[in-house]
Design a protein around this ligand. Structure first.
Ligand code: IDP
Ligand code: MG
Length: 148
């Protein structure tokens, strides 16, 4: 079992896509183990995107992600990291295939509505950053209908 960090970015919140996005993860069969909303501080945004610090789009990305509320989520399941990335789709919404979140709702590379951890190490780092209080442990009784 893996846990991944997923976040609806400010454009997704502004456009009223929170419910649609959460619904896709829920219906897929992932288990919600963390959920909250906040306006990110510059400090947390810079830490989250530290790997992109030298990229030309970094200042704009920090301004964008701190511009309003984001919805922070932790989703658990078998191969949750790659399952979530596949639901999300490629970075550029214009190239993302239909059926993915970015493919269905996005037209941009920067404003792409949603973040998902890309590897076990980044998931661990991002979960610790956004959920320092930890995530929930609970028994999803229906999970026996998602895994053979
Ligand atoms: P990912 O979110 O698909 O993992 P990354 O390459 O890790 O994509 O980039 C992180 C975020 O930075 C993207 O989701 C997007 O919001 C933003 N970003 C990436 N490349 C560009 C760019 O070329 N212009 C503007 N924003 C970008
Ligand atoms: Mg990334």
């Amino acid at each position: 079992m893996e846990t991944t960090y997923v976040m609806v970015k400010p454009d997704g919140v502004q456009r009223g896509l929170i419910g649609e996005i959460i619904g896709r993860f829920e219906q897929k069969g992932l288990k919600l183990v963390g959920l909250k909303a906040m306006v990110p501080s510059e400090e947390i945004a810079r830490a989250h995107y530290a790997v992109h610090a030298e990229r030309p789009f970094f200042p704009g990305l920090i301004k964008f992600v701190t511009s309003g509320p984001v919805v922070c989520m932790a989703w658990a399941g078998r191969d949750a990291i790659s399952v979530a990335r596949n639901l999300i789709g490629p970075t550029n919404g214009r190239e993302a295939p239909p059926g993915t979140i970015r493919g269905d709702y996005g037209m941009d590379i920067g404003y792409n509505m949603i973040h998902g951890s890309d590897a076990p190490e980044t998931a661990e780092f991002e979960l610790g950053l956004w959920f320092p209080e930890g995530v929930m442990e609970w028994d999803q009784t229906i999970s026996k209908w998602f895994y053979e």
